[in-house]
Design a protein around this ligand. Structure first.
Ligand SMILES: [Zn+2]
Length: 481
């Protein structure tokens, strides 16, 4: 990135730590459910509420999920890794420590490709490790005391840590989107950001252009949407720039993003690793992973978005832009591919999915999993356009009805009487009537004002409720005028 690409006089350096809640049925070190919600403190047992004398047992599924994520991000999978205690005191952490990984994480290195306005960019990863989530403090509703809900305590997380390769808030959001997409393809995290299944902490610092050493960074905590990651970073970059330009120094600290006020606020001075007094977790054996185990996981992995995108471009001749959007979500990609397999023209299917389908999904706030239109129904709709039964304009009306009712295109067209009028005799009569009713316009048209053709087409469409075959209307009009 060059200086002219940024509005500010400094180079921005961003690194992300993404916490992804794994879609395991049970917690990281006990058999309690990971289900979201529930009455406070009902998804708990002596292990996850930190009673003395209990022993944790690792959830093997969580290990598999983290290795799959590591393989998808080209990480080295450690054949030998272990858990560590991260000691700190907070009311939502009854043990007084969180079980995490420190000097020997399960996945090391790796990279993820994101799409930016300037093309593709590779973001390096430092590591991916496993850890347990903490509980939740509840401060709402009363000023005199706080409550603690430990349902979330011990839920398995993977923490994905990037190198400081990100240069602006948009790239940060693109990275978060890509990670969500990959984890959802792998079915290791549901990516539900409202429920906190995917959240991110961002480290950000500024340095003069050309400077090698990193500036002092701040960490912005607990960002839980793509929009907020951009907003929080934009705010924090401007704030740091102001401090630096006025001759001040940046304090290394943890700041909290306040979405309603649109600002970051100082929370506490940033801890260094030594503040946590990490040491190997004595209650858990180290994790030894064999090559066979890794191979087995590899073969169970689905086609990933980058591979799928390449295939959509090569095999279906789709533009990069289309392929990027269609493969951003596994179910969307499946929908597209099934429609094509059922006989749809790939570009036509892509247009309908990226256009009307995604518009309606957004508008009704539902996901592709819950959509009632089947890929074969989209094929049916495209066929009705191709054989001239309905116009594209009417097809949009039909599609919305299909979307709302789950009925196939044929049935909607029949029920609503939307078949395109291609009966020449019928159209001719309509046109003759319209010309007779508008003698002034007809006269001007005949005198050379040909742009009035649009007026007549409009009148015919009005008379036929948009069902007239536009090609035929134009032909007959030219003959009759
Ligand atoms: Zn438990």
């Amino acid at each position: 990135m060059t200086k002219k690409d940024t509005a500010i006089g400094y180079e921005v350096v961003i690194g992300l730590e993404i916490h992804a809640q794994m879609s395991t049925a049970t917690k990281m070190f006990c058999g309690c459910t990971t289900k979201f919600g529930g009455q406070p403190n009902t998804h708990t047992c002596p292990v996850c509420i930190g009673m003395p004398g209990v022993l944790p047992v690792m959830n093997k599924r969580a290990l598999e999920f983290t290795i799959k994520a590591g393989l998808a991000a080209n990480c080295q999978i450690s054949r030998y890794s272990r858990f560590a205690r991260k000691n700190y005191f907070y009311p939502d952490l009854p043990k007084g420590y969180q079980i995490s990984q420190y000097e020997l994480p399960i996945c090391v290195g790796g990279s993820v490709v994101i799409t930016t306005e300037d093309g593709e960019k590779t973001i390096g990863l430092t590591r991916i490790h496993m850890e347990e989530d903490a509980g939740k403090n509840i401060h709402e509703g009363n000023a005199n005391y706080s409550q603690v809900d430990l349902n979330r305590a011990g839920v398995p997380l993977m923490e994905i840590v990037t190198e400081p390769d990100i240069r602006n808030p948009k790239e940060a959001a693109a990275f978060m989107r890509k990670i969500r997409s990959i984890l959802r393809y792998l079915e290791v995290c549901d990516g539900n950001m409202e429920e906190g299944s995917l959240r991110c902490d961002a480290n950000v610092s500024l340095r003069p252009f050309g400077e090698k050493a990193l500036g002092t960074k701040t960490e912005v905590k607990n960002i839980n949407s793509f929009r907020f990651v951009e907003k929080a970073l934009e705010y924090e970059i401007k704030r740091q720039e102001k401090v630096l330009n006025s001759g001040g120094v940046i304090t290394q600290e943890t700041r909290l993003w306040d979405p309603s006020a649109g600002v970051t606020q100082s929370m506490r001075s940033k801890e260094e690793a030594h503040d946590y007094r990490y040491f190997p977790e004595p209650d858990l054996v180290p994790i030894a992973v064999t090559d066979d185990f890794i191979e087995e996981l590899k073969t169970s992995m689905p086609e990933l978005p980058d591979v799928l995108k390449g295939r959509f471009v090569d095999v279906y001749n789709l533009p990069q832009y289309d392929a990027d959007i269609l493969t951003s979500d596994k179910q969307l990609a499946f929908f597209f591919e099934e429609a094509v397999r059922d006989g749809a023209n790939p570009k036509a299917a892509s247009n309908w999915i990226m256009g009307e389908l995604m518009r309606l999904l957004n508008e009704k706030a539902i996901t592709i999993e819950d959509v009632r239109v089947r890929p074969s129904d989209l094929v049916g709709l495209i066929r009705l356009i191709d054989d001239g039964t309905i116009s594209v304009k009417i097809a949009k009306v039909v599609f919305e009805e299909m979307f709302n009712t789950g009925k196939p295109a044929q049935e909607v067209v029949k029920d609503k009487g939307l078949v395109q009028i291609s009966d020449e005799g019928h159209l001719e009569q309509t046109i003759v009537d319209i010309i007779a009713k508008n003698p002034a316009e007809a006269g001007r048209y005949k005198a050379g004002e040909t742009k009035l053709a649009g007026f007549f087409v409009g009148e015919v469409m009005k008379a036929t409720k948009g069902k007239a075959n536009p090609k035929l209307v134009n032909e007959i009009l030219r003959k009759k005028l």
